[in-house]
Design a protein around this ligand. Structure first.
Ligand code: ZN
Length: 315
């Protein structure tokens, strides 16, 4: 997959909707969005550090000068979608209840610890997250949480928030703007890179894909990757189904999860970026099949991905 995406920056999607897409791909390089109404705007997600979020806010300024950000939605609780919240703390910040749980578990302090650890996981984390600067990031949590679904009125524009999680994470909100036939999916859709299922169950994510495919809309702003269409949803759905099937077969054969991650051939999904996420995805399948398996914390999951990304000593 190409590591440089085009176009980048602020993209006008029409009907008051915009996407913000970084000019490089890779771990943590997430998208954001803006939905404008009369005199106010809704920001979908902040970015992984304060530099990136300032650049986002500067890039949106030609629009937000006339329609300031009054509301922020964090699509989920991974830091690349909320670590910039302190720069928009004047607005009302909303998230699904499960997302708040994730934010409390892994905030900037945990990421600083992970990326400074003298372990294989730490070295891998520095390699993939070294471009971000977590210093100065204050964990500003949502002011309001919701369950299930809620509808916002942003200066006369209807915006539907639907929590389709737990799936990718403990709470996964999609932001549907019916008038613009547009959905901001957060990390329910990865375009061009490998989906990662930190939480599960798989069934919820597949159901979320079906919901997206059933909506009367054309434009998808994924959590990562270029602005896309329902085709990307089908790829995510197919990848998750394939990995679930492959991992289940190896679980049934008695193969340990780490060996299964090395054994599975990704076939037509092999060209998706960040294929090492397979290690996390296999672990999640195994835990679904045997709930007595202990969960792995972040450092251990990154250790498994480090092993899959580069099974060489001294990474
Ligand atoms: Zn993300």
């Amino acid at each position: 997959m190409a590591s440089v995406l085009s176009p980048a920056g602020r993209i006008d999607l029409g009907h008051g909707c915009h996407a913000w897409v970084p000019d490089t791909a890779g771990w943590g390089m997430s998208n954001a969005g803006l939905v404008t109404g009369r005199g106010e705007s809704l920001l979908v997600d902040t970015l992984y550090d304060l530099h990136l979020t300032r650049a986002l806010l500067d890039g949106l300024a030609p629009v937000t000068d006339a329609a300031p950000v009054s509301t922020v939605v964090n699509t989920h609780g991974n830091g690349d979608h909320w670590f910039g919240n302190q720069l928009v703390a004047h607005a009302e910040i909303i998230a699904a209840r499960g997302s708040l749980t994730d934010m409390r578990q892994v905030g900037p302090a945990e990421m600083r610890a992970l990326t400074s650890a003298d372990t294989a996981a730490g070295r891998f984390a520095r390699r993939i997250f070294g471009r971000f600067d977590y210093s100065g990031v204050q964990p500003v949590l949502p002011h309001r949480v919701f369950d299930g679904e809620t509808v916002l009125d942003i200066g006369g524009t209807e915006v539907r928030l639907i929590d389709v999680g737990p799936a990718h994470s403990a709470g996964d909100t999609i932001v549907h703007v019916p008038r613009a036939r547009t959905v901001y999916t957060g990390d329910i859709v990865f375009a061009g890179s490998t989906p990662v299922i930190w939480h599960g169950p798989f069934a919820n994510w597949l159901t979320a894909c079906d919901l997206l495919l059933s909506l009367d809309m054309d434009i998808i702003v994924p959590g990562h990757g270029p602005v896309t269409t329902k085709e990307a949803v089908r790829t995510v759905r197919d990848y998750l189904s394939y990995v679930h099937e492959q991992a289940t077969a190896r679980f049934s054969a008695g193969m340990p999860a780490e060996a299964a991650g090395r054994d599975i051939s990704l076939g037509r999904f092999a060209d998706l970026d960040e294929s090492e996420r397979l290690a996390v995805n296999v672990h999640t399948v195994y835990r679904e099949l045997d709930p007595s398996l202990p969960p792995l914390d972040g450092p251990r999951l990154f250790g498994r991905m480090a092993d899959l990304a580069c099974p060489c000593p001294g990474l």
